[in-house]
Design a protein around this ligand. Structure first.
Ligand code: ATP
Length: 304
């Protein structure tokens, strides 16, 4: 991430609720033209951080800036930053179209823009129904449409993919990629790691309020490491071979072994010991495996 191009940034951002350190010293930049995935286990501090970025929660210390200013100081904020943080919070009796028209007034745009967005998020057919009758996925689409109303330079979205069906997820991926390719910026939180691996350029990974990784996805996945899947009952033997080669290692919850060495090297070592280790499948690391490894490492003192 490039500080000089930062569109959304935090410096030493912290929030304490009594004895709970919800967010602790979070520093990152989301640059122009990037999709940044904000990831972390439940209770890691993502929503609190997003709320501080939007001026909805006062930080205990540190600073949050959007397009160079605190969010609350932005002139016509809906035209600068599109926001979806409480995607289910609608006035239930209002229709989708009327909901967008209300926000269009605030964003300073007209009815034509509302129609354009209803089309874009595929809600034209349901536009005149009350939002209380919308499915979860339809509410997400309406929330994304609301965020896009002012044609903003940046989007801040809290779990926008939740409740979307597979077609909806593919649609969201295309929409966010196009948005970033126009030189704009997206910061989105999600627990859908496979999907995030397809969408994001950068990863901000937090656990217990602290940053574990802030930077390109490529850098997170490009480390000299791999995953080893072995036959049932052979895990200890595989671990023994890896240990004998002096590589860092960590068992993941799904039975695979993370190994801190290049795949080819690990495959050669294990194939040479096939009598003991059995057949193995050596795979590249994924966002999910790095998430499991880094958050587990952070949670427990695991001896590598
Ligand atoms: N208003 C509050 N009062 C007290 N504690 C809070 C408050 N808001 C958040 N917390 C605590 O701060 C921590 C971080 O919560 P937060 O909602 O930011 O996590 P999250 O990463 O968004 O989690 P999830 O993935 O479950 O949505 C949690 O321990 C939570 O209980």
């Amino acid at each position: 991430m490039y500080e000089e191009e930062a569109v959304i940034s935090a410096r030493g951002l912290s929030k304490r609720y009594g004895s709970v350190e919800a967010v602790a010293d979070v520093t990152f930049d989301a640059a122009r033209g990037r999709v940044v995935g904000f990831l972390g286990p439940n209770g890691a501090g993502k929503t609190t951080t997003l709320r501080m970025l939007l001026g909805l929660v006062r930080p205990s210390s540190g600073q949050a800036r959007v397009l160079g200013s605190p969010y609350r100081e932005l002139h016509r904020p809906l035209r600068r930053v599109g926001v979806s943080v409480e995607a289910d919070a609608f006035v239930g009796g209002r229709t989708g179209r009327n909901h967008l028209r209300c926000y269009a007034g605030l964003a300073g745009c007209g009815r034509r823009r509302v129609d354009e967005l209803l089309e874009l998020v595929d809600l034209r057919g349901a536009a005149d129904r009350a939002v209380r009758g919308y499915s979860t996925g339809m509410k997400r689409r309406l929330s994304v449409a609301t965020a896009l109303l002012g044609d903003p330079d940046a989007l801040i979205l809290d779990e926008p993919a939740n409740g979307l069906d597979p077609d909806g997820i593919i649609w969201l991926r295309g929409l966010l990629r196009d948005f970033a390719e126009q030189g704009r910026t997206v910061l989105l939180s999600s627990h859908l790691l496979d999907e995030m691996q397809k969408i994001v350029d950068d990863v901000l990974l937090v656990n217990r309020g602290r940053v574990l990784h802030a930077g390109p996805l490529d850098r997170l996945l490009g480390a000299e490491a791999c995953l080893v899947r072995s036959a049932a009952g052979r895990q200890d033997a595989v671990r023994g071979v890896v240990e004998a080669h002096g590589h860092d290692r960590l068992p993941l919850a799904d039975g695979r072994l993370w190994v801190g060495a290049p795949p080819r090297e690990v495959r050669t070592a294990l194939e040479a010991q096939e009598d003991t280790a059995g057949p193995v499948h050596v795979e590249p690391c994924t966002l999910e495996s790095e998430f499991m490894r880094l958050t587990r490492n952070d949670r427990e003192e695991v001896a590598l």
